[in-house]
Design a protein around this ligand. Structure first.
Ligand code: FES
Length: 432
């Protein structure tokens, strides 16, 4: 299921690694986060090599709806109560800076960049949403509450963030990657300290950033306990109204929208990977209801890596592993958080302070309700008696009839009908 971005794919091919190398910094993973980390560090004067298992941008970056926003559900109210006002302000301003930085870079990269407001709405009683608008204002950003929505769908209130943005992620990635030393079809199999072992060579680095969506090494950091994955679905529709904003629904049907040219991208139907519910059938039913004259041009699915507390994990991979860093758990805001992560890791590796260092450190407390849910899910799926097992940690795979794949509810690995690996954290095909 190719996305609308993949029809205009102008990525160039990079060579694969066939010999040993030495570098100051190795970035593992060529999605938006990996490429931006490499870009920022190379621009700061560091020698950087990027190794990608397949092709750059071929994973989540090719399937995002590419919305750039600091508006992250009800996160600011939650953050103030959990972490305090200072952290919430640092997170907000980090994300606003990220949008600004994308805008700056897009001046030199043709990527259909558009400045638009970001709007989140609810069809339920909007008391909490009004409070979110107040909270964000108190943190220093002019969010506003409105009862008007441009689409004829149920809504009782919305919060508007002015001057957010949308773009074409693969066009942007091509420009951001220009001049970087990239190796494709070069899967890192393991790390020995800060030396990466690949099939046809080693890369000896002073520092390593693992930006592989889900950190692929399980022996440190407990990421298999603190991350899970969600699937989300997108339709690209024609014969629909043009939308001059990005829109996302809180609670209720969980829909989200943006325009791209003549097309309206309509997303939703989310569920934990490996579980039933939602999906394309659900989304198509709602598309017929709200846009009866619309014609479907594209349909695809994406996968989000969800953290325990709604904030990403960015920083040292584990306290006992010096020189190795990661960026993961971007929840549903992968583009903006990729830039936040790249700026934070650049600062950490250059020995500079960054206001988000403490809030996003991966070894922060795991004592969250979601931890119990993750552990319960893993325990339940581990004991199911079936031969179809995940090559990550051995949980039972579940058949996904909509996408014809074998999906793992534990941490979200996916395999094709014949067992080919589709989504990490598994690193090997499954014997199905
Ligand atoms: Fe971890 Fe399947 S993804 S066991």
């Amino acid at each position: 299921m190719a996305s609308v971005w993949q029809k205009e794919d102008r990525r160039i091919l990079y060579p694969s690694l066939k010999k040993d190398l030495e570098t100051e910094i190795l970035v593992v993973g060529g999605g938006m986060a990996g490429v931006l980390c490499a870009r920022k560090l190379q621009d700061a004067g560091k020698q950087v090599v990027l190794a990608e298992a397949e092709r750059i941008g071929c994973g989540i970056t090719a399937r995002t709806t590419a919305v750039l926003t600091a508006q992250h559900d009800y996160l600011y109210q939650d953050m103030i109560s959990r972490f305090g006002e200072e952290t919430a302000r640092a997170y907000l301003h980090g994300n606003l800076e990220a949008v600004k930085e994308f805008r700056e870079m897009a001046k030199k990269i043709p990527c259909d960049f558009e400045t638009v407001p970001s709007v989140q709405f609810t069809a339920e009683e909007p008391t909490r949403l009004k409070k979110e608008a107040q909270t964000v204002k108190q943190l220093g950003f002019p969010a506003s509450f409105t009862e008007q929505l441009p689409l004829d769908i149920p809504a009782r209130g919305a919060v508007v963030y002015p001057d957010m943005a949308q773009f074409h992620p693969l066009k942007f990635l091509v420009g951001a990657a220009e001049g970087l030393q990239i190796y494709e079809q070069s899967r890192v199999l393991d790390l020995d300290g800060t030396t990466a072992i690949l099939e046809k060579g080693k890369i000896k680095a002073e520092k390593v950033i693992v930006a592989t969506h889900f950190p692929f090494l399980d022996r440190r950091g407990l990421y298999f306990m603190k991350l899970y994955q969600n699937r989300s679905y997108v339709l690209a529709l024609e014969n629909v109204p043009r939308l001059d904003m990005t829109l996302a629904e809180l609670e209720g049907q969980g829909l989200y929208f943006r325009s791209y040219g003549e097309l309206l991208l309509m997303g939703g139907g989310d569920h934990r990977t490996g579980k039933q519910g939602g999906g394309l059938a659900y989304l198509r039913r709602l598309a017929r209801q709200y846009f009866p004259g619309a014609k479907e041009r594209y349909a695809w699915a994406n996968q989000d890596c969800m953290s325990l507390d709604g904030l990403p994990y960015v920083g040292q991979y584990s306290p006992a592993w010096s020189g190795v860093y990661t960026a993961t758990g971007f929840n549903a805001w992968g583009m903006t958080n990729s830039m936040v992560a790249a700026q934070l890791l650049r600062d950490l590796l250059l020995g500079k302070q960054n206001p988000l260092e403490q809030a996003l450190r991966p070894d922060r407390t795991m004592l969250r309700k979601q931890l119990l849910i993750n552990l319960g899910e893993t325990a339940a799926d581990f004991v199911i008696p079936t031969k179809k097992r995940c090559t990550h940690l051995g949980c039972a795979l579940k058949w996904n009839p909509q996408e014809h794949s074998w999906d793992c509810p534990c941490h979200g690995s996916r395999f094709s009908e014949s067992g080919k690996l589709l989504n990490d954290p598994a690193q090997k095909d499954a014997d199905l």
